[in-house]
Design a protein around this ligand. Structure first.
Ligand SMILES: Nc1ncnc2c1ncn2[C@@H]1O[C@H](COP(=O)(O)OP(=O)(O)OP(=O)(O)O)[C@@H](O)[C@H]1O
Length: 246
């Protein structure tokens, strides 16, 4: 279970702070995917940055199961930067908007590198990497480098790479923005299938509701706050009457 508990994130902005995420609470159960929707600037990527532990919240906690994995630096349960990096490697899979593959590595080597950094044995890493590439329909291109792959193939490789360590939490930022509608739908269905099979708690950030397909758990952000949600999610934010920004 991934829990975002009353998350607020402010950025310094001249004399004032800009509130990018404003008291957002959300839980995502294992084996389910929740979409975070909203217009540009509504705080989707900022919320994902906190969920991923790449950015500390200004207020609030992120938990995986019962463990606090991200908290304000002055919070008694805050993890060190080194501990955060370790738990990102071990418990969280992240797919960025741009796949961020390494130019000189083949698709299978991109996945093997993840296992290598974790100290896994090379032979078992190759088997798992090939199984995952097969699962995302990339087995025929396993020995190709990023420059030899299409945008969709690069995105599939990045998704497979994020699953390499069997993460408890999978976070995906705008996976369909570089793809046409049909390929976008395929990528979303792929992510939901991997989510179900692996038992990961998954968040997909997108501004493109049309490609969400079977994902029914949807949270809409406006000005950093939850403005609406559908089916199965348990998200809340502070009452809408308060000012949205500091
Ligand atoms: N590093 C930063 N420093 C200052 N302000 C920031 C920073 N990152 C984001 N913001 C501001 O925080 C708000 C939320 O931005 P965020 O990128 O989270 O929105 P978003 O919904 O992901 O937008 P998009 O769909 O365009 O990516 C915006 O007003 C943005 O200008």
């Amino acid at each position: 279970m991934l829990t975002l508990d009353h998350i607020t994130l402010t950025y310094p902005d001249g004399d004032h702070d800009l509130t990018a995420v404003d008291d957002v609470s959300l839980t995502v159960s294992p084996g389910t995917a929740t979409a975070i929707l909203g217009p540009s600037g509504s705080g989707k990527s900022s919320l994902l940055a906190v969920a991923s532990t790449l950015t500390r919240p200004t207020k609030g906690l992120v938990r995986i199961g019962a463990d606090v994995v991200n908290a304000p630096a002055d919070h008694p349960e805050a993890t060190s930067d080194a501990a955060s990096a370790r738990l990102r490697r071990e418990r969280i899979g992240i797919v960025f908007q741009q796949p961020q593959l390494i130019d000189s590595l083949t698709a299978v080597e991109q996945l093997e590198l993840v296992a290598h950094l974790r100290g896994n044995r090379p032979r078992s890493a190759r088997t798992r990497a090939m199984d995952l590439l097969d699962a995302v329909g990339m087995a025929p291109w396993a020995s190709k480098r990023p420059a030899q792959l299409s945008g969709g193939q690069r995105q599939r490789t990045a998704i497979a790479r994020a699953m390499m360590n069997s993460p408890e939490v999978l976070l995906v930022d705008e996976p369909t923005s570089a793809l046409d509608h049909d390929r976008g739908l395929q990528i979303i269905e792929l992510i939901t299938a991997l989510t179900r099979e692996s038992g990961a708690a998954t968040i997909i950030v997108t501004h493109d509701e049309a490609t969400l397909g079977s994902i029914t758990d949807r949270v809409h952000l406006v000005d950093g706050r939850i403005s609406a949600r559908t089916a199965g999610t348990t998200g809340t934010s502070a009452p809408a009457a308060q000012p949205a920004r500091a």
